[in-house]
Design a protein around this ligand. Structure first.
Ligand code: FES
Length: 180
């Protein structure tokens, strides 16, 4: 084996090694960069704070609270069925509503509305909320989270995309109608 061919083979293996390392680095760095960029740019996308219709207001009788579902506008390919989101719609009177996140403010279990007792009850740890979403008892430290809503042409829509969380609740309150 000549010295030249040995060098050529060494060069070739070195180039393959560099290419392989570059691919591995890209495979590791790109998802991390996308994750970090998403936390910065997420509020700038159109979908993140889209107004999502829940249906005609006539579907929500005055004085009652009903379950509604909507498709979360902020969809990731891996979301699957989880983009179908539920919320509780309380029609107080006329165009005056409250739209509650279905998730308990404690650890996020879905709460259920019990019209007989006028309470939202959480099956996980016994959290309870009054009909206006304020905390009644149990481990939750606050009331149910609310979505900003608006009524146009007889259709109620909510500003959806981001599930309300303690960190975001102040934000939601500033942009939408006053919470209970
Ligand atoms: S998740 Fe509802 S009380 Fe804990």
């Amino acid at each position: 084996m000549s010295n030249d061919s040995w060098l050529t083979r060494r060069d070739f293996l070195m180039k393959v090694g560099i290419l392989f390392n570059g691919l591995v680095t890209a495979a590791l760095v790109v998802p991390i960069a996308r994750f970090l960029a998403a936390s910065i740019t997420r509020g700038e996308g159109k979908a993140y704070f889209s107004w999502v219709p829940l249906g005609p207001v006539t579907g929500f009788p005055e004085g009652e609270t009903r379950l509604a579902t909507f498709r979360n506008p902020y969809v990731m390919p891996s979301d699957g069925k989880t983009v179908d989101t539920a919320c509780w719609v309380r029609r107080i009177r006329g165009d005056q509503f409250q739209v509650f996140a279905v998730n308990c403010a404690h650890l996020g279990c879905p709460v259920r509305w019990f019209p007989q007792s006028g309470l939202f009850l959480c099956p996980c740890h016994g959290g309870a909320y009054y009909r206006d979403g304020t905390r009644a008892s149990g481990p939750p430290e606050r009331g149910l989270f609310e979505y900003p809503y608006r009524v146009e042409n007889g259709i109620i829509a909510i500003e959806a995309g981001e599930l309300p969380t303690p960190g975001a609740s102040a934000d939601l309150g500033r942009r939408g109608p006053p919470c209970a």
